[in-house]
Design a protein around this ligand. Structure first.
Ligand code: HEM
Length: 408
């Protein structure tokens, strides 16, 4: 199955299909020339593989908010079938549900992640951030010693997962993150192993929180289970989604952000002089190096889209890639879009957290973690500098780095 997929992708690549070309490792360090080619083909077009591609801000934004377009196929089938023997707990979650299931499950998880909850978390996020900086030696790796452990610890504590070995969790995260585009049997076996371990962990936690409820998110889910508001499998996949979304995304915001700041010394100095700029840095990093480059949707009926360059008719059950990263560099909406500039006034919200029904539930938490991290680094380590070359994530979906050696 995987081999057949690889051959199909390779053939499409030979015919110059940019969607298939996205998987080519040569674009991992710098996908932007390829992405520019995709933009030049127009705001909404059909690739050789049959997938439609939305590239402009306005079209992406309109499609994300259109109720005739969902994350599942038109007949209700899930967007894809997991190819391995054990379904990972982060597959078939509410991110892959349409209403009414999506609405029901999102509502159960939502209260812990509202903006109003953030001030209560801020002090703990600052404490974890400071401890990581204290612990780091003079030469350290920004990703494995800082950007990775910070969100892992935060989401682990919010879910009420007792202090465990964060290095084990970091590995789960890497395996799960890489599983977003599985391409080998070895990788599939690794994901199976991690899926079994996480399912076991959640089973133990559910037992624990049924006996001893706390004020953590798993306890909230367990209470909802008791009221028949979700099934036991939905509880596990909701916990899996929150855990994974909690640590596989913010790591890229932090890694991309520090790399960009250190590569733009004037902007790093501006932040050191005025640490209150940190929330602006977060928004500009998310816009300029969007951690999730795209999301996929399916039309549930024929849909006509006014693209600004004519009407495009999408048939029913058409798969559409919504290119968040391209929307965020659309020159029609963002001034000097290909410049990283924390001082540039940007009046439109980027699509790094998507939009519409599936707008990132963790956006307030990600923003809090990003702002605290950038502010604390600039305050505590103003002399921070790069000390080696960057490792890029081997993915066209997730834009991020795997390593960045730095010196205090
Ligand atoms: C959904 C990005 C951090 C939880 C999403 C989506 C995006 C996204 C693009 C929508 C995907 C789609 O529509 O196809 C990000 C980025 C983050 C981040 C860039 C960090 C910088 C977090 C954190 C959490 C989280 C910290 C913690 C709980 C979720 C959940 C969903 C989601 C639960 C599904 C929402 C739904 O389907 O209704 N995120 N996320 N995210 N995110 Fe985040």
């Amino acid at each position: 199955n995987l081999a057949a997929q690889r051959v199909a992708r390779h053939t499409l690549r030979l015919f110059g299909d940019p969607v298939a070309e996205l998987g080519n490792p040569r674009w991992h360090a710098d996908p932007y020339p390829l992405l520019r080619r995709m933009r030049e083909r127009g705001p909404l077009w059909k690739s050789l593989s049959g997938t439609w591609v939305a590239t402009s801000y306005d079209v992406c934004s309109a499609l994300l908010r259109d109720r005739r377009i969902g994350v599942r196929h038109a007949d209700g089938r899930p967007p894809y079938r997991w190819p391995g023997p054990v379904e990972p707990p982060w597959v078939n979650t509410f991110l892959e549900q349409d209403p009414p299931d999506h609405t029901r499950l999102r509502r159960i998880a939502a209260p812990a992640f509202t903006r109003a909850k953030m001030p209560a978390y801020e002090a703990r996020v600052a404490e974890i951030t400071a401890a990581l900086i204290d612990r780091a030696p003079d030469d350290f790796d920004l990703v494995s010693d800082f950007a990775g452990p910070l969100p892992i610890t935060v989401i682990r504590e919010l879910l009420g997962i007792p202090a465990a070995d964060d290095a084990v969790f970091a590995r789960y995260g890497q395996v799960a993150g890489a599983a977003l585009d599985v391409s080998s049997v070895r990788q599939l076996n690794e994901v199976t192993e991690v899926s079994i371990a996480l399912r076991q962990l959640f089973a133990e936690l559910i037992e624990l929180r049924t006996a001893e409820p706390g004020d953590d998110v798993i306890s909230t889910l367990v209470a909802a289970l008791g009221e028949d508001r979700l099934t036991a499998e939905e509880l596990v996949t909701t916990a899996g989604l929150l855990l994974l979304a909690g640590f596989e995304t913010t790591v890229n915001l932090l890694g991309n952000g520090v790399r960009l700041l250190l590569d733009h010394p004037a902007q790093w100095r501006a932040l050191c002089d005025e640490p209150e700029l940190a929330p602006r840095v977060v928004e500009e990093v998310l816009r300029y190096e969007t951690p999730f480059q795209y999301g996929v949707r399916f039309t549930h009926e024929p849909v006509e889209v006014e693209t600004g360059h004519g009407l495009v008719r999408l048939p029913a059950d058409a798969p559409v890639m919504i290119m968040f990263g391209l929307a965020n560099r659309d020159p029609a909406v963002f001034t000097r879009p290909d410049q990283f500039d924390i001082h540039q006034q940007r009046n439109t919200e980027h699509l790094a957290f998507a939009s519409g029904a599936h707008y990132c539930l963790g956006a307030p938490l990600a923003r809090l973690e990003g702002a605290v991290a950038f502010k604390t680094l600039a305050t505590r380590l103003p002399g921070l500098r790069r000390n080696g070359s960057v490792g890029w994530r081997p993915s066209s979906l997730v834009r991020g780095i795997t390593s960045l050696p730095v010196r205090k």
